[in-house]
Design a protein around this ligand. Structure first.
Ligand code: 13P
Ligand code: SF4
Length: 342
């Protein structure tokens, strides 16, 4: 089957119509009937291949809505890490997210094939710190702070994790920092998250100068502009945002905590300040409430497509590999996170 072009006649007309109904409501110009028919065929083929290959698909909250259709689990970085550790009865994990997340799945599943559909799916935060630079900074700081511990946000490479005393995610960063036995924490690589954690702890946080290019470009002016026309709207921001954006947010939450908050809150109007995929997930799963966007797209997350996921399963590509010592070191830091920050 040619998967490059939408097919003329849908092989799965009922599924195509349902998909068009669901996704067309998000963006009618993008999710046309023809495109949804093509996606319905690809989704059916992916589901079939998942059975044949004994594969599971894990997807981050920022993925494209059509990817959610084939996911066995959708979540934030913390849930995905925990979930990948609990995979049973599968030989293959297809990770619809970015490279550092797929690495974490590999850390917990050395015997399974862990596939990332597009190796270009990186992360500006993960790129901002190397193991060498981190080791140099640690050696510089240790004489000044002999009790120094390294906490790395999971948005970093496995060899950076391997140098860390513990990892954390946006869902548990303050909990991990407060639980670790040191008063001086070198926190890498997100400066914005480090600033936010500093507001939640008496410990001294020494930050790195990385940032998420997606969240860092959101300004308070644009949030206030959208908010101005909506009295009573609840502003929910991700802690990767700048501190002047967090200062005007009603809630600062990880992506899955945003999902839970929006579902459980008595309010019905929310302004979502993070990557746009999360707003799509909210619109799909909480149709009785209103979600407004002050969001940006992550070009890395959006490199994962349905087509790429299908090809990944067809050709069992692209496999994540990690040297044993790096895997063991990263596992130790991730396990420490699960112990301290669960
Ligand atoms: P969470 O899903 O953990 O909130 O993180 C967001 C993010 O930027 C992942 O790359
Ligand atoms: Fe990295 Fe930011 Fe994209 Fe998340 S949203 S993958 S932190 S660049």
């Amino acid at each position: 089957m040619n998967t490059q072009q939408p097919s003329d006649a849908a092989a799965h007309p009922d599924a195509a119509a349902q998909l068009h109904h669901r996704l067309g409501a998000l963006d009618p110009d993008n999710y046309t009937a023809e495109k949804c028919a093509h996606y319905a065929d690809q989704i059916a083929e992916i589901r079939e291949l998942k059975r044949e290959r004994r594969a599971v698909v894990l997807a981050h909250n920022y993925q494209r809505p059509e990817i959610f259709e084939v996911a066995d689990f959708i979540g934030d970085s913390f849930e995905l890490a925990r979930n990948s550790r609990e995979v049973r009865d599968a030989e293959v994990i297809v990770f619809c997210g970015v490279h550092f997340m797929a690495e974490t799945a590999k850390v917990f599943n050395p015997e399974r094939k862990v596939l990332l559909p597009d190796m270009r799916a990186g992360c500006s935060l993960a790129e901002s710190v190397t193991a060498e630079a981190l080791a140099d900074r640690r050696d510089e700081l240790l004489p000044l702070y002999p009790d120094l511990k390294i906490v790395s946000y999971v948005n970093c490479t496995a060899d950076v994790k391997a140098l860390s005393d513990a990892c954390c995610t946006s869902a548990n960063a303050a909990r991990v920092v407060n639980a670790i036995d040191s008063d001086h924490i070198l926190f890498v690589p997100d400066q914005n998250l480090a600033n936010y954690v500093q507001t939640q702890t008496a410990k001294q946080i020494i930050s790195w100068d990385g940032n998420c290019y997606v969240h860092h470009q959101i300004t308070p002016e644009e949030v206030l502009k959208v908010k101005a026309g909506m009295p009573g709207v609840i502003v929910i921001a991700h802690p990767e945002c700048r501190k002047d954006v967090l200062a005007i947010a009603d809630e600062v939450l990880s992506t899955s905590a945003m999902m839970r908050y929006a579902k459980e809150s008595p309010a019905d109007k929310f302004l979502i300040v993070t990557e746009c995929g999360l707003s799509d997930r909210l619109l799909l799963e909480v149709p009785n409430k209103h979600f407004y966007k002050a969001c940006k797209l992550c070009r890395y997350m959006k490199m994962i497509t349905l087509e790429g996921t299908l090809d990944s399963l067809r050709h069992l590509r692209y496999a994540i590999e990690l040297p044993d010592d790096v895997r063991a070191g990263a596992k130790r830091a991730l396990e420490r996170m699960l112990e301290l920050g669960a």
